[in-house]
Design a binder for this molecule. Structure first.
Ligand code: AMP
Ligand code: MG
Length: 491
C-alpha cells in the first residue's frame, strides 16, 4: 500500500524577507517520477515521514510544488576558476521552502535538476542519475565523518532521458542545507552596486546564522570573521580526511560553513598537495593543498562586498579592518588544522614544534605510495607498540622508522595512556572513506538498475570509524589496474 504524500510545514523566510533576490518559478513536469532513495534518518530529524516521502515523487522531482511551498530560483554570481560571472543563479535548482527540524533549527529543502529557470542560460536545467547519487553518497560520507555538509533527503528519477555524452537517466536530488546563502549571493548584488540589498542580505544571513550578532556593534565585520572561521574549520576538516572539493568557486562557498556542490570531488590516496581529480582544473587551482589559500581568496571576495557596511563613512578604515580578517585567515586555519592533526596522531597536548612533526611525516611519505587514510588508522596500532602495520605500508619499510622514533619521543611528553590514546585515534581516523573506484563501481551499477553496490557502500560509509567484519575491500585503496582517477563535470 502506498502512503499518502508528505505534508510539509514550511516557513519560508527567504521568500518572505528577500523579495527581489530570486525568481519565483515552478519545476518542469517529469514524465514518470519515482522516488529511488529516501534518507530515513535525516527525514526523521526533520520531523518528516520516510514512507510518506517515498510517495512524494511529484514534490521531490519538482513536478508539482507541495502545499505551502514557494518554489524559487535564487540569484547569485560567482568567480569560477578566478573569472567573475555576474549572473549565475539556480539554473537547474529550486528552493522549495524551509523546514524547522525537531530542535527548531531552520533548513532549506532544495531541488537540484528540477528543470529550467530564468537563470538557466544555455543549460537544460536537468541533472542525471550518476552525479545525483554521487552527491548523495559523498554528502552522507562527509556527514558521518563529522564534517559540516548539505545532505541528500531523497533522490528521484524523472523517467526522462537527459542528453549528456549520450542519453542518461534524468534525476532530481532533494537537498537539505542550513541555507543556500553563498559568497556569490553577496557578489550578485555588490556587482550591481545594490548596496541596500547587500545590507538586507547580510542582515538576513546574520539573523539566520549568527543571531547573537544582531544587536552588536561592528556586526558586519564580526559576521565576516564568523564566516571566515567556519570556512577555516571546514577546509581544515577536508584536509584532515584527504578531501578535494574540486570546484571551490565562490558560488560553491557557503555562509553557513557547510560543504556544498559535490561535483568533481574525490579523496586522495597517497598524500599529495598537488592532487587534482577534476578534468577541468587544468592548472591545479583547486588542488588538495591549495584549498586553504583558495578559501582565503574566496573570503576576500566576500569581504569586498561587505566593505560599505563595515564602515559606511570611511573606505580606508573598512578596508583595513577587513584586510586584517582576511590576512588572519591562514593563521586561524593553521591552528585548526594543527589541532586536528595532533588528534590524528594521538596527541592531546600542544607544543610549538608540533608543526615540524607533520612536515617531517609528509617528507617521509614522499614517493612511498602510502595510503593517507590507512596510514593514520594503522598509527593507533603503533601507539600500542605495534609499528609493523604502519611500516609495512612503505615501499622502503625503514623509511618511516626515524619519524616513528621522533613521534614516540613526543608521545612521552603527552599525558594520555596508550590504550586511551589508541581508542581516541580510532574515533577520528576513519577506516572507510568513499574510495574513488568503489564510488565509480556503485554508480555504474546504479545506472544499470542495480542499487545493491550503492546501498552497500552507503551503509559502510555511514559508520566510517567502526571496523566491521567482511568489509575489508572497502578499506583498501584502488587496485593498480584502476589507473589515475579523473572526475568529469558531466553533471
Ligand atoms: P555548479 O557547477 O553545479 O556549481 O553550477 C554552476 C552554475 O551553472 C549554476 O548557476 C548552475 O545553476 C548552472 N548549471 C549547471 N548545470 C546546469 C544545467 N544543466 N542547466 C542549467 N544550469 C546549469
Ligand atoms: Mg554550484
Amino acid at each position: 500500500m502506498t502512503a499518502t504524500p508528505q505534508k510539509f510545514d514550511f516557513d519560508n523566510s527567504y521568500a518572505r524577507d528577500l523579495a527581489g533576490f530570486y525568481a519565483e518559478f515552478q519545476g518542469a513536469v517529469a514524465p514518470a517520477p519515482e522516488v529511488l532513495l529516501v534518507n530515513a534518518d535525516l527525514a526523521k530529524s526533520l520531523g518528516l515521514d520516510p514512507n510518506a516521502l517515498k510517495s512524494s515523487a511529484e514534490a521531490l522531482s519538482g513536478s508539482k510544488a507541495p502545499e505551502g511551498a514557494t518554489p524559487l530560483a535564487m540569484a547569485y554570481a560567482g568567480h569560477q576558476f578566478g573569472g567573475f560571472s555576474p549572473e549565475l543563479g539556480d539554473g537547474r535548482a529550486l528552493l522549495l521552502g524551509e523546514i524547522l527540524d525537531t530542535n527548531g533549527n531552520r533548513f532549506d529543502l532544495h531541488l537540484k535538476g528540477s528543470g529550467r529557470t530564468p537563470f538557466s542560460r544555455g543549460g537544460d536545467g536537468k541533472a542525471v542519475l550518476g552525479p545525483v547519487l554521487r552527491e548523495y553518497l559523498m554528502g552522507e560520507a562527509m556527514h558521518a565523518l563529522g564534517i559540516p555538509t548539505t545532505r541528500a533527503l531523497a533522490a528521484t528519477t524523472t523517467g526522462e532521458n537527459v542528453h549528456r555524452e549520450g542519453p542518461k537517466k534524468g534525476a532530481v536530488l532533494a537537498r537539505i542545507a542550513a541555507s543556500h546563502l553563498r559568497v556569490g549571493t553577496f557578489q550578485f548584488f555588490a556587482a550591481r552596486n545594490e548596496w541596500d540589498k547587500v545590507r538586507q542580505l547580510a542582515n538576513y544571513a546574520i539573523a539566520r546564522h549568527d543571531p547573537d550578532l544582531i544587536d552588536t556593534d561592528d556586526k558586519y565585520l564580526t559576521f565576516l570573521t564568523r564566516v571566515a572561521d567556519r570556512q577555516a574549520a571546514l577546509v581544515a576538516n577536508w584536509l584532515h580526511v584527504g578531501f578535494v572539493h574540486g570546484v571551490m568557486n565562490t558560488d560553491n562557498v557557503t555562509i553557513s560553513g557547510e560543504t556544498i556542490d559535490y561535483g568533481p570531488c574525490a579523496f586522495i590516496d597517497a598524500y599529495d598537495p598537488k592532487a587534482v581529480f577534476s578534468s577541468i582544473d587544468r592548472n591545479g587551482r583547486y588542488a588538495f593543498g591549495n584549498q586553504p589559500v583558495i578559501a582565503q581568496w574566496n573570503l576576500a571576495r566576500l569581504a569586498e562586498t561587505l566593505l560599505p557596511l563595515i564602515d559606511p563613512k570611511d573606505d580606508d578604515n573598512a578596508s583595513a579592518l577587513a584586510t586584517d580578517v582576511i590576512e588572519g585567515f591562514i593563521g586561524r586555519y593553521t591552528q585548526v588544522w594543527l589541532q586536528g592533526m595532533r588528534a590524528k596522531i594521538g596527541l592531546s597536548s600542544i607544543e610549538e614544534a608540533d608543526a615540524d612533526l607533520f612536515n617531517d611525516l609528509f617528507t617521509a611519505m614522499e614517493g612511498q605510495d602510502v595510503d593517507y587514510t590507512r596510514f593514520f588508522r594503522a598509527l593507533a596500532q603503533a601507539a600500542l607498540a605495534n609499528p609493523a602495520p604502519v611500516a609495512d605500508m612503505f615501499k622502503d619499510k625503514i623509511a618511516i622508522t626515524p619519524w616513528l622514533c621522533q613521534w614516540a619521543e613526543r608521545l612521552m611528553r603527552d599525558p594520555a595512556e596508550p590504550t586511551d590514546r589508541a581508542a581516541a585515534m580510532d574515533k577520528i581516523n576513519p577506516i572507510y572513506i568513499p574510495r574513488n573506484h568503489l564510488v565509480e563501481e556503485a554508480l555504474a551499477a546504479a545506472e544499470n538498475d542495480d542499487m545493491g553496490p550503492f546501498n552497500a557502500l552507503l551503509d559502510v560509509l555511514s559508520a566510517p570509524f567502526t571496523k566491521r567484519d567482511g568489509l575489508d575491500k572497502y578499506a583498501l585503496p584502488a587496485p593498480s589496474d584502476f589507473g589515475p582517477f579523473k572526475t568529469f563535470c558531466g553533471t
